[in-house]
Write a protein that binds this ligand. Structure first.
Ligand SMILES: Cc1ncc(COP(=O)(O)O)c(C=O)c1O
Length: 379
């Protein structure tokens, strides 16, 4: 397993930190850098960070300062953005199924862009957020992604035109179409293929004189975890996507909702070995960070994320061996990995670093067994 330490988290810095573990350490420089990468490869597009990936106020503030917009999923997230001072025109409410009371609160704050994926949802928006801009979420092929959404969200392509016509009839503004290729995508052509599939609907809408403002190509931009077979670059994804975009009958502005693609590599978690035990299956290191308090995505669901792990203390040539890593709770799914290659001589009190843990970690932390959410620091 290669270490792939980002320069912002170098060993000499980490050795000096005396914070109690487990703790997350974020790099503001990496947050800004990631946002700027999206701006660079998708010039002229709207970038709305999907804050469900990580809603730490320091990260939200850094992105807001850099000029980012936000894709927001509830009034609770809305309140976090209000605290940072984000104005309504920087927000879209992107979950396509929402409580009416949440739609209303967004509308009262001044947000006027809402996703929907069915007639009842559209009628809900028309009732409490009149004259808003609405965009329809459509199902696309998400089979190349670790986490897929199309079972739960999105409408079939043939419903795009009637739903946007209906939006117009309800005096809403047909703003655009959105899709999500699934989180942690592995196919660099996924976004291009999704755009291609929208071509007939765009042509049909054009004939009906419904000209869309945006196409929202969602999130999905992957991170190179230890479990990632092939690394994808944003540059490659952008090249394929923009080629296809140029072939559309006209070019509505692109809107992107990167969550993982911005947050993942901006943080590490530093954790301490609380026990080293021999089991029939091998040697286990129990850590003070685990699935429940910090590393939810290591739990097997549609997939299971394997983070890169390194030891803070060098091995002094002791050699390396495979360990199983487990969290501190009494629950058996609280296992981070069965195979981390680490220095053989690791012992209780040694610190480990899990890399690229910025996405879907703190936001999903629970108090299972009473363990609190780790502290968070920024450099
Ligand atoms: C509507 C919407 N947009 C954006 C995202 C962010 O996806 P990702 O973290 O894969 O970029 C999600 C993830 O759940 C989502 O549901």
């Amino acid at each position: 397993m290669s270490a792939a330490l980002h320069a912002e988290f170098d060993r000499s810095l980490l050795e000096k930190l005396e914070y109690a573990t487990p703790f997350f350490l974020f790099s503001r420089k990496r947050v800004t850098g990631k946002f700027q990468e999206f701006q660079k490869y998708f010039p002229g597009s709207l970038i709305h960070y999907a804050m469900k990936a990580n809603a730490e106020s320091g990260l939200l503030q850094t992105l807001f300062d850099a000029g980012s917009g936000f894709e927001v999923a509830s009034i609770h997230e809305l309140n976090m953005l209000k605290e940072v001072g984000v104005p309504p025109e920087k927000m879209i409410y992107g979950t396509s199924v929402k409580p009416s009371s949440h739609i209303k609160e967004f509308f009262d704050y001044g947000v006027d862009r809402f996703a929907f994926d069915s007639l009842p949802e559209l009628e809900k928006i028309a009732a409490v957020a009149p004259k808003s801009r609405v965009y329809v979420r459509v199902i696309v092929n998400d089979t190349g992604s670790v986490f897929r959404f199309s079972e739960k969200f999105g409408t079939d392509r043939e419903n795009i035109v009637p739903l946007l016509q209906r939006a117009k009839a309800l005096e809403l503004h047909p703003y655009g179409i959105s899709f999500h290729v699934g989180s942690q995508a592995s196919n660099p052509l996924a976004w291009a293929a999704a755009l291609e599939s929208l071509q007939p609907a765009l042509e049909h809408l054009k004939k009906l004189k419904i000209k869309l403002d945006i196409i929202d190509i969602g999130g999905g931009y992957p991170c190179a975890y230890a479990s990632t077979e092939e690394e994808l670059s944003l540059e490659e994804i952008a090249r394929h996507t923009l080629d296809q975009y140029q072939k559309l009958p006209y070019q509505p502005q692109l809107l992107l909702e990167p969550g993982r693609g911005i947050a993942a590599t901006t943080a590490i978690v530093v954790t301490t070995v609380i026990s080293r035990v021999e089991r029939k299956s091998g040697t286990w290191l129990f850590l003070d960070a685990g699935v429940y308090n910090a590393l939810f995505e290591t739990m097997a669901y549609q997939g299971s994320t394997r983070y890169k792990v390194t030891s803070l203390r060098p091995s002094y040539d002791a050699g390396e061996m495979l360990f199983a890593l487990a969290g501190p709770t009494g629950d058996s799914p609280d296992i981070i990995t069965h195979e981390a290659l680490l220095p053989q001589d690791l012992a209780v009190g040694d610190k480990l670093i899990l890399h690229d843990v910025g996405a879907y970690s703190l936001v999903t932390a629970s108090r299972f067994n009473g363990f609190p959410k780790p502290d968070v620091y920024f450099v």
